[in-house]
Design a protein around this ligand. Structure first.
Ligand code: 2P0
Length: 331
């Protein structure tokens, strides 16, 4: 088995002469239009399939970093977290991969601009911003591809949070994952919009990591998932090249529903949907029936994300007044 430490040591070998006192970075959150659901390597977060995402613009994570004496000190949204907090345990285990030989700690101040009460995951932007801040602090001069590989070791979807806009994560096939990284999809499609529809906050009944593992191990329909994603990726990329919004929206919505279908057929089943989620899906379909090109996607939670074009924002917000609209390519 290849360890995370082996990958980090190989990537950072001989680097770090020009470090500074602090590191500071922002990374946007991202929402997948073609989902990452299932790992071929649990240690290195290597996915079964490629995936494709859209960033949330100014919604994401800021990370400020410096060295400190003693154990790591972690502030989340200005609140000091106790050492046993799950966020501290996960962040410190990741920071262990990069620590100076002295074993000194890191003082991390993480601030999420994504509404935390809304139940939207911020681990992707959190790990991406942490890697960029570590790069500054240590002076590694990482390429974005190398940063993407390191962010993946923290959380799979974090490898897509190094860029704004449309991003593809190449699944790769190498056992060490050096060919499993993300990169932006060249596109000047500035009219794309994504909206967050908050239906329920609160903690998830089951983490996406656990649900993913259970789906791969037990779902009676998971065998069809890789071919479904491959076809949806091809459709989405062709739709992006042609700026064919309906084709993109249809493939993204269908991909999200197919992912949820693999969870529902796991044992025991995983169903993140709540009555309000289903009601919102019907509302999206009704809006579409009325002529508004509007599509949804859904992740490991009950909330929906709506995809539409800037020209339809007013009409969409009449149907969904509480929608938080994001511009994936902020100025
Ligand atoms: C995605 N999700 O593509 C999919 C769709 C959730 C549903 O990536 O175990 O937090 O850290 O690699 O990245 C959430 O999974 O999982 C996720 P780990 P991660 O956005």
């Amino acid at each position: 088995m290849i360890t995370k430490q082996a990958i980090v040591d190989r990537l950072l070998n001989g680097r770090g002469a020009a470090g500074g006192e602090t590191g500071e970075a922002f990374a946007p959150a991202n929402i997948a239009l073609c989902k990452y659901w299932g790992k071929r390597d649990e240690t290195l977060n290597l996915p079964v399939t490629s995936s494709l995402s859209l960033s949330l613009g100014t919604l994401g994570s800021h990370c400020h970093l410096r060295r400190c004496d003693g154990p790591d000190r972690i502030l989340l949204n200005d609140e000091p977290l106790p050492p046993a907090h799950p966020f501290v345990v996960r962040a410190s285990a990741f920071l262990d991969l990069f620590r100076d030989p002295s074993g000194a700690g890191y003082a991390v101040a993480a601030t999420n601009t994504i509404p935390t009460a809304a139940g939207f995951a911020s681990s992707a932007s959190g790990f991406a911003s942490l890697v960029l801040a570590l790069d500054q602090l240590h002076g590694w001069a990482l390429t974005r591809r190398e940063a993407s590989i390191l962010a993946r070791l923290g959380s799979g979807s974090a490898c897509r949070s190094l860029w704004q806009g449309l991003v593809e994560w190449h699944a790769g096939s190498a056992p060490d994952g050096m060919d499993s990284y993300a990169e932006p999809i060249a596109s000047d499609w500035e009219a794309l919009r994504i909206g967050l529809l908050v239906l329920e906050g609160g903690p998830k009944p089951i983490s996406s990591r656990v649900a993913m593992r259970r789906t791969v191990a037990t779902s009676s329909t998971y065998a069809t998932w890789p071919a479904t994603v491959a076809a949806d990726m091809t459709t989405c990329k062709a739709a992006i090249a042609a700026k064919d919004f309906d084709r993109l929206g249809q493939a993204a919505e269908s991909n999200a529903l197919a992912m949820h279908a693999t969870m529902m057929t796991a044992q025991p089943p995983v169903l993140y949907w709540k009555p309000a989620s289903v009601a919102a899906m019907h509302q999206v379909w009704q809006a579409r029936h009325e002529g508004i090109p509007l599509y949804f996607t859904m992740d490991a939670g009950p909330n929906l994300k709506l995809i539409f074009l800037a020209s339809d924002e007013k009409a969409v917000c009449i149907h969904f007044p509480s929608l938080h609209v994001c511009i994936p390519h902020p100025a």
